[in-house]
Design a protein around this ligand. Sequence first.
Ligand code: SF4
Length: 319
Amino acid sequence: MTTPVLSLKGASVRYGDLTAVDGVSIDLHVGETLGLVGESGCGKSSIARAISGLAPLSAGSYLVESEDVAVKRRSNRRFLSDRVQLLFQDPVASLSPRLTVGALLAEPLKIRKTFDSESWAATIALLQDMGLGEQFLSRYPHQLSGGQARRVALARVLTARPKIIVADEPTAGLDVSIQGDMLNLLRALRDKLGLSYLFISHNLNVVGRVTERVAIMYLGQIVETGKTGLLFQSPAHPYTQALLSSNLTIDPQRRRERIILKGELPSPRRPPSGCRFHQRCPVARDICATLQPRLETREDGRAVACHFPLTGGTQAMTG
Ligand code: SF4
């Protein structure tokens, strides 16, 4: 296995007394798309903020290209933004309404002092690759469709020539056909530019289409991670199974019985004792309320945090 381009090791993010991310480890490899999935409030957006440098880690470490980001940023403020860019969830809100598309694309190049005829020609070429001709340069964000605004936001992010893009719900709110175009574009750009993506979404259909690996989060922790196909075919963690069963269209060939989770997502301010999922888990036993399961790697390469993992949709242990 190659050295990861990005690694979080035991990373935590705290906001006051709330631990939004609690001891998460993630590796992202060159050219890979890793999905990060979970309900709202599970901590996935806090991971996006930490990786983009918008939220400091309260514990753990963060490496990009094997360099400690916290150390490198002391001497080079642009160390992170030269390598990692965040693609915002709401692109129109991230684009200043008073600037034309041309000005929006020139602005980050000027700020980085990389604006010249060569970088501008490359930006125009990129825009054209995305199906937006030069006539778009004089338009304002409100004159763009949702799909066009997302392309402009993506082109703007790419002016920094990053290695890693953190895409937070990049297709939310788009029609299914435009969503498909956007996913194809992201994949084509990844292959052409050698990018790696951390792809954050609660839409399992989208995650199933674009990611090679996936990490499932629950209440600030990763509960299962591994190859997307394997997890989607035979989830080992009861929470992964419940998420997949709530989204039947993900695998129309394989009818899953829908598992309705009991109760609401507990508050991360007061996470439950033992396994954080125990109050909602359909197969919880006594030990689950007191002993927290560790994320352990199994023979098939995935890692699962559960005392009684499932195999192929059935429970492995009976005693
Ligand atoms: Fe369910 Fe227990 Fe596994 Fe937690 S450890 S997911 S409560 S079976």
